[in-house]
Design a protein. Structure first.
Length: 332
């Protein structure tokens, strides 16, 4: 299947800038869409109808698919099913627990061996002469959830990443139902799993429907979506980890937040207001900031609280000679 590339620069909008001593040094061009709690588009920047690859921002939809396929995950295990964790021992041990519950081990994961992105953990592993491991890959929780669904159904656990596998077929069906849009193309994500091309607007709809679900709903997808959102808010550490933008946003604002590689970000306020955005340059450094700013602009978060959080986040400071001389700020 072939599909068009993502939107070109002229179709984007400025979402954030980098200021150094009052001089705008760089601009982040992208696209963003904001949905009201009832799902109506209330703000649009750039071209949200253009195709994107959601990357790890697709994980919430994939997690719902794993659970509706039979993976009975709750609490931190459910949060890890949608995580892009930074590979700490706490993350690795929890994923090992997920696998042990189904009689499998980290050797059964098909994500590639990786170093943890958490620097302290990585340094400790190097000192201990440890090697890269699949369990340390940021997607190992998603893969463990997929394997759980496979074990419940008696599906093959070696080929679970193949697009024709029953689990992946189920995932496409769930994703299309949640987004209201047919998959426009499928490629291989960094972890080896299929990732599907869709419009930014479709991604926003899918995330919004997950976040607006009720755990007492008669519909399984809505029940699972609501449980997933609660698990993420209760276990923000699991979704990314120390110093991570998603974890910081979840713990500080009570949002549902999930970044994806190449500048993708989704975020849902407690009110249900939903943001999805894509930075055209592939940078993730301003995605969380812009999402929070758009939620504040929509009246779903306090502007002053978002500004205070941005000022306190080290990754948004621009340094000169080791001292702050500027800031990355949202321009929407």
């Amino acid at each position: 299947m072939t599909f068009a590339e993502t939107f070109p620069a002229p179709a984007g909008a400025e979402l954030a800038v980098v200021e150094r001593g009052g001089f705008v040094e760089s601009r982040h061009i992208g696209s963003a869409v904001v949905l009201s709690p009832d799902g109506e588009v209330i703000a649009s920047h750039g071209d949200p109808s253009a195709l994107i690859l959601p990357r790890s921002s697709l994980k919430p939809l994939q997690a719902v698919a794993s659970v509706t396929a039979g993976a009975a995950l709750t609490g931190e295990y459910l949060a890890l099913s949608t995580a892009s964790h930074n590979g700490t021992d706490r993350h690795a041990n929890a994923v090992r627990g997920m696998l042990a519950d189904i009689g499998l081990s980290e050797d059964d994961l098909r994500c590639p061996p990786s170093w943890p992105s958490d620097s302290a953990t990585r340094h400790e592993m190097v000192r201990d002469r440890a090697e890269q491991a699949r369990i340390r890959h940021n997607c190992s929780g998603k893969h463990a959830a997929m394997l759980t669904a496979c074990r419940v159904n008696g599906w093959d656990t070696e080929s679970y990443l193949d697009s024709a596998h029953p689990l992946q077929t189920h995932m496409v069906e769930v994703i299309e139902r949640l987004t209201g849009e047919k998959i426009r193309g499928t490629v291989v994500d960094g972890c080896g799993a299929p990732v599907h091309a869709m419009s930014l607007a479709a991604l926003a709809r899918g995330i919004h429907r997950i976040a607006q679900g009720s755990e007492s709903s008669p519909f399984a997808m809505h029940r699972v979506g609501a449980a997933l959102v609660r698990a993420v808010r209760d276990h923000g550490w699991a979704v990314e980890g120390p110093g991570g933008d998603d974890t910081a946003s979840i713990e500080r604002f009570g949002v549902f937040s999930k970044k994806g590689a190449e500048g993708v970000q989704v975020m849902v306020a407690p009110s249900g207001t939903t943001v999805a955005l894509k930075m055209l340059d592939g940078s993730n450094r301003a995605g969380s900031l812009v999402a929070l700013a758009l939620l504040a602009r929509a009246g779903s978060l306090e502007v002053q609280d978002v500004a205070r959080a941005a000022a306190q986040r080290p990754g948004l400071r621009v340094l000169g000679g080791g001292e702050p001389v500027g800031i990355i700020r949202a321009s929407v």
